[in-house]
Design a protein around this ligand. Sequence first.
Ligand SMILES: [Zn+2]
Ligand SMILES: [Zn+2]
Length: 287
Amino acid sequence: MFVDSHCHVHVRAYQNEQDSLIKKTLESGVFMVTIGTQKNTSREAIEVAEKYEGVFATVGLHPEYVVDQTFVDENETAELYSAEVFDPFVYRSLAKSKKCVAIGECGLDYYRIPETTNREEAIQKQKQTVRAHFALADELNLPVVVHCRDAYEDQLMINQEFIDAGTLSRRGVIHCFSGSREYAHAFLDQGFYLGFTGVITFPPRKTDVLIEGLTEIQQVIREMPLDRILIETDSPYLTPIPFRGKRNEPSYVKFVAQKIAEIRGVSMEEIEQATTANAKKLFGLDL
Ligand SMILES: [Zn+2]
Ligand SMILES: [Zn+2]
């Protein structure tokens, strides 16, 4: 039994086969937390979760969608997207569903701020928005799903603000963690889980410095306390080897578990049991 702790199985990429894919995945013993990224996709995530036992949802506004820009992500929705302002009223009412197990994904993503945008303004908007998510999570006593890219210092600072104020007691997960060892330890010290995707199965890039044949992210995995690791696919994105280049799906979370077992030199069953227990504990999953 596995839990894909972060996927987007409600999105347009699965449109025609969504029902059969979810049923097949559940039958194979893989449970899912499907993650909202905007108002509409958060609503869809809840709708899908309410349809299937073993599928859970989160609601949130991805930092990418806070920034002024116009584009269409064909995977997510057919609609032309433009910046959204986080409305706690909307997200609070979606989060009332029994299937809503966390707030997010929310966070800071300085990597994807377009060059045409006022960077300082975009960063301020992202910070404001993540604080609003954290406040809502605390109010509803839910954990948070954090998306953080090229913004580790600021994310740690905001986390600490809330921790120092005695809030965010259920903490959360830094999903698709891809930072350094130092940042990994800093998030662990704050009490967060770290989520790993199919990215860990990719071969090293030319610029990677290897220690004992391991990339930095693989070293992080080797050093992690077992009770803080979550596995995820982030499907339809980030497909692991051996299916890299194709559309990702939640059942491929097994390849992430397998890679973690290989790096740590333990059995796949040990990783399966530990990560399932971790996901159940963090999100309070009824499985
Ligand atoms: Zn993300
Ligand atoms: Zn995601």
